[in-house]
Write a protein that binds this ligand. Sequence first.
Ligand code: HEC
Length: 185
Amino acid sequence: MFTTGLLLLSLAGCARPSVPSAVPKAAIAGPLAAVSNQELMLNLVAPAATDTWNLPEILTDPAQARKASPEEINSAWANVRRGAVTMTEVANLLVMPDRKIVPDGGVAVGGKGYLLADQIAALKRSKRPAFLKAAKGLQDTGAAALAAANRRDVPALLAGGLQIEDVCEACHTQLWYPAAAAQEK
Ligand code: HEC
């Protein structure tokens, strides 16, 4: 077994240098924005927001908490922390230059008062300071949620849930559905 393992290892070691590097040159300068804004929203931003404010009953209801094991409680808190960490750092991903709004060939969720992906992209460029400010709002709220999760402070997180919606809207009403938002006022 041992010898076979060694043999495999050394074979793998020999094979490696002959494989041409698949990494494009540009990547050597640092990571690039690879997925769209939409994919960040659906896969990171929205689930992270849900994890930080839609707390499970074992954290919010004392009777349920008493029935839960310490492992279950710890795991529930780890989930909240993961959401808060994601929300905090995804703000940096959102503001990376040249990030597309939707994947190639994709469309932004729309309807009356909603902008098309090209219009959103144009606004993102022309209203860059407002976009940065909205992303910073998301980061600040994420950081506050993380601090609350570290303290295991349920009331702060439940109150934070409302603010989280505000930081989402701060960006959406400017870039995604300004006309619909203006009508609601
Ligand atoms: C800095 C700007 C910004 C912030 C902050 C922001 N969003 Fe978005 N979001 C956008 C833009 C632009 C779109 C429209 C284009 C797209 O789909 O990405 C969008 C779209 C979405 C969509 C629709 C995705 C789809 O196509 O189905 C969801 C869901 C979403 N955001 C959730 C959230 C939540 C939840 C928050 C707050 C926790 C949030 N967003 C904060 C910019 C932002």
